[in-house]
Ligand binder design. Structure first.
Ligand code: TXA
Ligand code: MG
Length: 342
């Protein structure tokens, strides 16, 4: 049994911190998605995180610290670019890859010489960090391959009975994971789009390259900058196809497939156009990227059930700001399969 604890109860914050101090693991809310946290300095604890998630051991974890002042505890050097990013975006949904210090076990970094670090903004996570007194490794608190969890109920769906506790802090504010930027390369490289946009990064760093894994499927002989980007991800059991074109064209395309047990994932304002094509799930307005980010993983989870055999999805056409992260998650769920209905 997994204990369900509450972020607004100081006794529960302390109970979770005690679990972590004792070498246990627990799911915690962050502003992006829920994380499965444990002492980042203890290789056995980190092993327990991988085991609970069923995560491949070649996919490194993000280390969470309370402030930029804690960076020298986990990285060998803090370049000016890291200080500038921290001043602009921390605490917040940005992860920075830097040269790791030896105190960080190989298991955290999957043997790499770099470590990914972030200072989260969620007050409950910050309170637990302070009370635990150690850096916390925390991947998203889902079973490997599933959409990231944005509520405590999502965490329980995936991990009930596999972890001692989940701290319920309500739905996550951002809804997609942090942006990952690699500062060990020149120019810096965007490894995963997320809550901080590419435009915001460029405003601070100047030139930033986009890793090819962000925009397309990798060939067998290519390696993405972030190992996690190579896995089929975020995907419901049924195959997902993105359908381009306007809503009427896309609905006609879906009808023409003549499939039973099909479902549609679309923007709020398109629901009526798709009526009668199958189960329709909406994830926000096409004009509201914040809403789409908050809604995408819950919608993908809703569609992940027996009886749904194929999924046709509507993807934002814009890729500025938070749209880039939403597009990336949806295209990954679709394994980059896109058909044109226009
Ligand atoms: O918003 C988030 O980042 C959430 C919350 C819990 O903080 N965490 C999260 O962790 O999304 P995870 O493990 O699901 O994704 C971490 C990503 C993976 O794609 C991983 O490959 C990449 O970061 N990563 C971690 N360490 C890295 C490193 N040293 N070099 C390159 N990529 C790294
Ligand atoms: Mg994840």
């Amino acid at each position: 049994m997994t204990r369900l604890l509450h972020a607004d109860d100081p006794a529960d914050i302390e109970a979770v911190a005690a679990v972590l101090r004792d070498g246990g693991i627990a799911a915690l809310p962050t502003e992006t998605v829920y994380g499965l946290a444990g002492n980042a300095l203890d290789a056995d604890v980190v092993g327990a995180i991988y085991a609970a998630k069923g995560r491949p051991s070649d996919n490194p974890l993000i280390v969470h610290v309370a402030s930029v002042d804690d960076l020298p505890r986990v990285v060998r050097s803090v370049p000016d670019q890291a200080r500038a990013l921290a001043a602009a975006f921390w605490p917040g949904p940005l992860t920075i890859v830097l040269p790791r210090r030896d105190v960080i076990p190989d298991r955290v970094t999957a043997g790499r010489d770099s470590v990914a670090v972030r200072v989260p903004a969620h007050e409950a996570f910050r309170a637990v960090l302070r009370a635990a007194g150690v850096p916390l490794a925390a991947p998203s608190a889902n079973r490997a391959g599933s959409p990231s969890p944005t509520t405590a109920q999502h965490v329980l769906h995936d991990l009930d009975g596999r972890i001692p506790a989940v701290l319920d802090g309500g739905p996550c504010e951002v809804g997609v994971e942090s942006t990952v930027v690699d500062l060990t390369r020149t120019p810096p490289r965007l490894l995963r789009p997320g809550g901080v946009s590419l435009e915001q990064l460029r405003a601070v760093l100047g030139d930033v390259q986009v890793d090819p894994a962000v925009v397309g499927e990798m060939a067998a002989d290519q390696a993405p900058g972030a190992p996690g980007m190579k896995y089929r991800h975020y995907a419901p059991a049924a195959p997902v196809v993105v359908v381009d074109g306007d809503a009427a064209q896309a609905a006609a395309y879906v009808r023409a497939q003549g499939l039973d047990h099909a479902a549609v994932l679309c923007f709020d304002e398109e629901a009526s156009a798709f009526a009668g094509t199958g189960e329709v799930v909406t994830y926000g307005s096409a004009d509201d990227p914040e809403a789409l980010a908050r809604g995408i993983f819950d919608a993908l989870r809703t569609l992940d059930r027996p009886g749904v055999e194929s999924i046709f999805a509507r993807c934002p056409t814009r890729d500025d700001g938070l749209y880039r992260a939403v597009r990336n998650r949806l295209l990954k769920a679709a394994a980059f399969r896109v058909v044109s209905a226009s």
